[in-house]
Design a protein around this ligand. Structure first.
Ligand code: CA
Length: 240
């Protein structure tokens, strides 16, 4: 309940980490590869029980849910989440033609569904659409000072000049720009821009942030990304 309350306060400003609940190994691998390639942090579990455990540990921003699972099925998990007032957006994966599954899923509190086998661009578009809900259309291009970030088109510009970022750098920048002027800790970045497979002992965050800073501030452009010693980082156009 505490987790749900925290998420409802934060949503829709933090939305990059997905939980995938699917028991088909090949599909899990495809989902993981495809979604991480689009810049999402993705954790995958194979059962409803493992999903509940994962919810107790990590703050997720959207759930991709298969209905046919070993043990408790996806519908049971969905109902459990909604019973405890968890507002997380849920996209269900259903078998082609299984009208009763789609109806049961939507009645059970799912926000949308995709039929298997699905085209990946459609899945990503539906995920993005769910994550954008509640955000004014004009706010879908984010910005601070002369920096513009367009999460839908995957584009970044400074002073109108395009900047090419990797998917991970883009995910980090999107997180920063949604928290402009606020302290962002390394833990916050790890929780929202990486999945559980990261090596928590390395200086991974600092390496990515310094690469991102070089791209944003190279060529004598004004500093935007400030390191706060011992605390984290702040994206801010004011000098610090
Ligand atoms: Ca299944």
């Amino acid at each position: 309940m505490v987790l749900a309350a925290v998420r409802s306060l934060c949503y829709p400003n933090e939305f990059m980490r997905l939980l995938v609940v699917e028991d088909d190994r090949a599909l899990v691998a495809a989902l993981y590869d495809g979604l991480t390639a689009h810049g999402f942090a993705v954790d995958c579990v194979r059962s409803a029980e493992c999903a509940l455990d994962a919810f107790g540990i990590n703050p997720y921003d959207l759930l991709v849910l298969d209905l046919g699972l070993p043990g408790n099925d996806g519908l049971t998990l969905l109902r459990k989440l909604r019973q405890r007032q968890d507002p997380i957006p849920v996209l269900i994966l259903t078998a082609r033609g299984a009208l009763s599954d789609r109806v049961a899923g939507l009645d059970g509190g799912a926000d949308d569904y995709v039929q298997k086998p699905f085209a990946f661009p459609e899945l990503v578009a539906r995920i993005r659409a769910l994550l954008r809900r509640g955000i004014p259309v004009a706010a879908t291009v984010l910005g601070i000072s002369d920096l513009e970030v367009d999460p839908v088109r995957f584009e970044v510009r400074r002073g109108g000049v395009p900047i090419v970022l990797t998917t991970k750098e883009f995910a980090i920048l999107e997180y920063f720009v949604r928290h402009a002027g606020e302290l962002v800790t390394r833990t916050m970045l790890l929780e929202h821009c990486w999945d559980e497979s990261y090596d928590g002992l390395s200086n991974l965050v600092d390496v990515h942030v310094s690469r991102l800073r070089r791209k944003l501030e190279g060529g004598g452009r004004a500093p935007l990304l400030h390191t706060i010693r011992g605390a984290g980082f702040i994206l801010d156009s004011r000098s610090r």
